[in-house]
Structure formats: C-alpha cells, structure tokens
Design a protein around this ligand. Sequence first.
Ligand code: NAD
Length: 373
Amino acid sequence: MVNKIAVIGAGLMGAGIAYVSAWNGFNVTVVDIKQEFIDAGMERIRTDVMTGIDKGKISMTDAEGLMSRLNATVNVEEAVKDADLVIEAIFENMDVKKEVFAKVDAAAPAHCILATNTSSLSIDELAGSTKRPDKFIGMHYFSPVPAMKLLELVIGDKTSEETIAAAESVGKTQNKKTVIAKNSPGFIVNRLLMPVMREALLMLERGEATKEEIDLAMTSVGKAPAGPFTLGDFVGLDITFNAMSTLYREIGDCFKPPETLKNLVDAGNIGMKSKKGFYSYGAEEDEPEPPKGADPQWIVERLNIPGVREAMILVDDGVANVEDINMAMKLGASWPMGPFEMLDQLGVDKVRDFIKKLHEDLGDCYSVPKYLG
Ligand SMILES: NC(=O)c1ccc[n+]([C@@H]2O[C@H](COP(=O)([O-])OP(=O)(O)OC[C@H]3O[C@@H](n4cnc5c(N)ncnc54)[C@H](O)[C@@H]3O)[C@@H](O)[C@H]2O)c1
C-alpha cells in the first residue's frame, strides 16, 4: 500500500506529479539538486493550487491539506528513506538517471517501488542500475500533469505483477486512466504520433499539399484539435525531433526525421517558444504558400493510416492491447478516436488495400501488418 511518495526532480513534470499526488492524499517529498530549483518547483505547485481555487475546484481547507502533505529537500537519501514509491522526473539522460537510481536503491526501504517518468529511455536498462528490477516500472505522465488524464505504465522484463498493481492503484488514486505498454521505443503515444508527423512532413516535402492545407484537413475532416504542424510548434520541434530520433535510433530508417524538421531545429526555430517553427508567432506574419489543391479526405487518410498501421504493429508485437492503445491516443494525444476505431470506421478491407498500395509504391516501411491477415 503506497502512502508516501518521493518525487525526484522539481521541474515541469516533477512539480506536476507532486501536485496530483498531494492533492489526492499521498504524503509527498520533492527532491532537487539545489534549493532554488525546489523553490521554483514549489512555486509551480502553488500556482496550480491557486488555479484550482480560482476555478472553484479546490477549497481553502483542501489547499491547506494539500500543502501540509508536501515536503521538499535537497537530500535524496533523506527523501527516500521511508518512501513506498519513488517517482523520478529528472533530465532525460541515461547516465544521470542510472546514477540517481543506484543512490535511491541503496537508501530506499526494501518494499519501495522505483518508477521513472522517462519519455524515451529503456526501462530495462534503468532497472539494471538497481538491485530490485522486479520493483521497477515506468510511470509516464503527460504534460501538463494536473490536466492530462493519461498515465502510461511501462513494464520491463522483470517488473512483477505486484509492482504493476501498485502503480495502477496509485494512478487511479491520482485520478489518471492507466494503460499498459511493454518496454519498447516510444511506448504507445509517441510511437503512434511520430508516423503521422513524419508523413505530414514528407507530404510537405513532396509538394503534395501545403502545411496550411494539411493542418486544415486534419482539423476539419479529421476532427483533430490541431493539425500536425500547429501541434509540433506547440509541443516544441526540439521535443518532436528528439522523440523521432529515438525511434530512428532504436527501430530504424522508417522513423528517420525528415530534413525539414532537422533544419528547423538546427536553426533554433523550435516552435512557439522560439516564436518561429513551421509558422511564425509574434510580429512577423507568415505568407501562406499557394494551395496545391489536395483532397482533404485523402490527406487525412494518407496521414492517419500509417498511425493505424503502427498501432497494429504494437498489437502484433505484444506491446499493448487494442483497448489501451485506443484510450492512450484519445487521452494522451487528443485523437478524436482511437486508431482501431479509425480502422473500424474506414473498414479493414479499405485500410489493407491502402497499405498494400503504399507498400508497392514506397517499400517496406509500409508493409502490411500481420494484424490484417
Ligand atoms: N516535459 C514533458 O512534456 C515531459 C512529458 C513526459 C515525460 N517527461 C520526462 O520527464 C522527465 C523530466 O522532464 P521535465 O520536462 O520535468 O524536465 P525539467 O528540466 O523541467 O526538470 C528536471 C528537474 O530535475 C532536476 N534534476 C536534475 N538532476 C537531478 C538529480 N540528480 N537529483 C534531483 N533532481 C535533479 C533539475 O534540477 C530540474 O529541476 C524527463 O525524463 C522527461 O523526458 C517530460
């Protein structure tokens, strides 16, 4: 039974995880390397609490209760010595994370579960830095943590059933919907988002449609809340590039980041946060390219079907099940429907023919998954 959670890293994700944990009754200790980072993290949490109060979701008494369940320290051993669960949310760097987990493993009680919020690193490799791989799991939250309902639980080779059940129970108490993915590149959400983004970039590079046409087709016909280029600018093209590069490194050429994305990142044009990405934000207005006249229905199918295909590969490979994949994409990526719901809507025969044609025209990155028989 988890009561006390230690959160390592008081950055964007760590502060969010600490907030949803304390809000839902857990006793939380936050750790960072310097007092100033802790202060910044606590300030983030106070802002979330104030937003809750302003929206009428949190009463003053609840806010006091929440804050009384939160502690912070720069001493990691102190923070984890009586923890039931440690959730690590420090920089995305394998060596630094391994070093921290070795330290945490030595100081935490034997029953304590160790979790990482990594977006892209191998759970098995991280678990290997501890003497308790059976008690090691990925708990992948989405940003902003208080608002995003999804929690991907990432299961390593040695993660035990008890560990999965305990993490599921914590997620439920934190008011999250949990899905289970076996440790594999990109888990569920990033793995499925990247083919769609990549296809959009390749479509642009081939001159088949403009970015405005693609974004408009995906929102109007595809019913997505944002098209791929707007979404990329919002998330940050550096983050998108890193996610795609991880898949390229681990799976191969079918995920190679297109030149357009690499060039924007190299030039420091990483989206809204740098005021320029695919689009410009601020004083400078974009001059939209003349439309190519592509059929919006074709654009949507041409971008979504590779995402549906990737979802089928995850099921074929035993990474996740249909239900979890549908839920993950709706809650973690705001897809208007899950990929298997898209498959049902389009029809299996149509999707099989579509992929067969892509395979003939473009090669093995578009092979027909076993799922389609
Ligand atoms: N930002 C996102 O949207 C997002 C989403 C899901 C998962 N993640 C993952 O969450 C993790 C954290 O990301 P973030 O965006 O919160 O980063 P961040 O840079 O906002 O915060 C990282 C924090 O970790 C602290 N830190 C670094 N080394 C430490 C150590 N040895 N001990 C204690 N604290 C240490 C830093 O001082 C910093 O405050 C990464 O693994 C990232 O991949 C991020």
